[in-house]
Design a protein around this ligand. Structure first.
Ligand SMILES: Cc1ncc(COP(=O)(O)O)c(C=O)c1O
Length: 366
């Protein structure tokens, strides 16, 4: 069976440095917010090109802390509207709802599946104060158009970069440094994945960075001094140490992912299968390789019967989830079509070329 994602194979490459790091961690006796978190934050801000990086517990908390930070600073207030792609992973929406902000669902571009700037413009009202863009499947949104929109309408631009570690625009600016603040997830399956839950926030805004640093640790400004009502959303020390090791391999891993994607794009030619849009640049790090097919169940069963695991990202759009039933009246045909038809083919930095060839042949024979 070709696995959808072989996490053991991905991480086995770091066996020795992980074991050494764990020994150092164990011997340090310092298990919360120690030198591992400080080091990873220093490494990650350099990688992203931002002034600040704050390690947190996961991607959802990273998003929530950005919004909580802006609320604390008085830059946002409860009830403000935030534009968000309708076809995102539900975490983006949950972060807004839990922060007392109003998500305004915007349709994606029908070829890139990323939020469509023209559609965003139609949803801007006097209550719109921010946009939450999601670089879905690893591909950067149309940031030039979004930047223009944000400047014209004085909107904050928050990036959900959970799927786009290392993606960069034509000037070499990376995801995480393309807006006012960005949230990353290091969930194990991500391009930069921990061995458990982890996340980070990047920003160039000093005031926001300081507030978030307090908020992630009970609102603490110094030991046992609490300036704000915060949460416990600290990045775990051992995960930080593992992440610093894996960060060194991220660019090579992203190149390997792009290679797999290029093979698929060159090799797959089946009118029943719509391939993802890719312009050939480093603006895509192929967290996922998502194709559209009309009869998804049949296609998934066919591949599975022939020894290939697949994924679906995601089967139900957020506005049709029971948890978000207040949005169920929305009519979002592009989003709904993507969710009905999407299938994720295996992609990772450790895939065998023979497996990629086998999948191409199978898809073409479907
Ligand atoms: C687009 C997006 N946003 C947010 C998250 C939330 O990250 P986490 O699972 O680390 O909370 C994820 C990850 O699953 C994601 O894909």
């Amino acid at each position: 069976m070709i696995k959808f994602l072989d996490l053991h194979k991905i991480n086995a490459r770091f066996d020795t440095p992980f074991q050494d790091e764990f020994k150092d961690f164990l011997d340090s006796g310092h298990y919360i917010l120690g030198k591992g978190v400080t080091q990873f934050e220093a490494d990650f801000l350099v990688y992203c090109g931002t002034k600040y990086a704050i390690g947190v517990s996961n991607g959802l908390d990273a998003l929530s802390l950005i919004f909580k930070g802006y609320l604390e600073l008085g830059v946002l207030k409860k009830g403000d509207e935030v534009l968000v792609p309708a076809n995102t992973y539900i975490a983006s929406i949950i972060a807004l709802v839990n922060s007392g902000l109003k998500p305004v669902f915007v349709e994606p571009n029908s070829s890139t599946y990323n939020i469509e700037p023209l559609a965003m413009e139609e949803h801007i009202t006097t209550k719109t104060k921010a946009v939450l863009v999601v670089h879905l499947y690893g591909q950067l949104c149309n940031m030039k158009a979004i930047d223009y929109l944000c400047k014209t309408h004085s909107l904050l631009c928050i990036e959900d970069a959970a799927q786009a570690h290392g993606a960069e625009d034509d000037l070499g600016v990376k995801a995480g440094n393309l807006g006012d603040a960005a949230a990353f997830s290091f969930y194990p399956s991500k391009n930069l994945g921990a061995l458990g839950d982890a996340g980070a926030i990047t920003t160039n805004n000093e005031a926001l960075a300081q507030v978030i640093k307090q908020l992630r640790n009970y609102g603490t400004s110094s030991k046992y001094v609490n300036d704000r009502i915060g949460v416990n959303a600290r990045l775990d020390e051992i995960q930080a140490r593992f992440l610093s090791i894996k960060l060194k391999a991220l660019d090579a891993d992203n190149s390997a992912r792009r290679q797999v994607a290029k093979h698929y794009l060159q090799g797959i030619a089946n009118p029943k299968v719509t391939l993802p849009y890719y312009d050939g640049a480093k603006d895509h790090v192929f967290h996922l390789f998502v194709v559209l097919v009309e009869e998804r169940k049949k296609f998934v069963r066919y591949l599975n019967d022939n020894g290939v695991e697949t994924g679906v990202h995601y089967p139900i759009p957020p506005h049709q989830q029971q948890a978000l039933k207040t949005f169920s009246h929305l009519d979002l045909p592009i989003t709904e079509k993507i969710h009905e038809r999407c299938v994720s083919l295996p992609i990772s930095p450790v895939m065998d070329a023979a497996d990629v060839d086998k999948i191409i042949d199978l898809v073409n024979a479907y």
